[in-house]
Design a protein around this ligand. Structure first.
Ligand code: URA
Length: 190
């Protein structure tokens, strides 16, 4: 590994440590484990979901439950390996009964994601679902905008649906698969 990667790894480890010990909001009282995120320090894509669910809270790892299996299958299908990417969330702790994170929780957690993005400096930040779209870019209408690559302040963002949405609407599986194929092509082109 080169010096830049070693440095990024140290910085990412520091961010993870800070997340694990974070008491910035009320969620620290109800979580079992904070979930900083995981993956390569030199990832070309960072995936950003909403917040950890029950399995993630137990294991301290992102997307290891039902939504995670769906994401993993879509990545595999598009030949994107988990080892090339970094996976994290807008909010790093599980919310009670998996409710939507509150604006205050999002704001207090914001800095961790911004730091992760700036340390890894990926080619593309892949936004998974409406909460991440609104928290990161102030966007609305993920269903209308999914499949798009948008560039803001020199950073490229790819928009897609949240993998959990496919659990309630099976036809969305195809949509997620298509988007991951498109993302795979974008990574190779860039
Ligand atoms: N849903 C998310 O948004 N993130 C996870 O880590 C798991 C499920």
């Amino acid at each position: 590994m080169n010096t830049k990667n070693n440095n990024s790894l140290d910085l990412l480890t520091q961010i993870s440590d800070d997340v694990i010990h974070c008491t910035n909001c009320e969620l620290c009282h109800t979580r079992k484990n904070a979930v900083p995120g995981e993956g390569s320090a030199s990832a070309n894509v960072i995936f950003v979901g909403e917040a950890p669910g029950k399995s993630e809270d137990i294991q301290g790892k992102p997307f290891v439950g039902r939504a995670g299996k769906i994401l993993e299958a879509a990545l595999l299908n598009a030949k994107i390996s988990r080892s090339q990417v970094f996976i994290t969330n807008i909010v790093k702790c599980r919310t009670p009964r998996n409710r939507r994170p509150k604006q205050d929780e999002i704001s207090r957690c914001n800095d961790y994601l911004n730091k992760q993005i700036s340390v890894i400096n990926p080619k593309i930040v892949c936004i998974l679902g409406a909460t991440a779209y609104s928290a990161l870019l102030g966007g609305k209408g993920i269903t209308l905008n999914r499949g798009k690559l948008i560039s803001i302040d020199g950073r490229d963002y790819f928009l897609t649906i949240h993998p959990a949405a496919t659990l309630y609407r099976r036809r969305l599986l195809r949509v997620l698969e298509e988007d991951m194929m498109k993302l795979s092509k974008l990574i190779m082109e860039q």
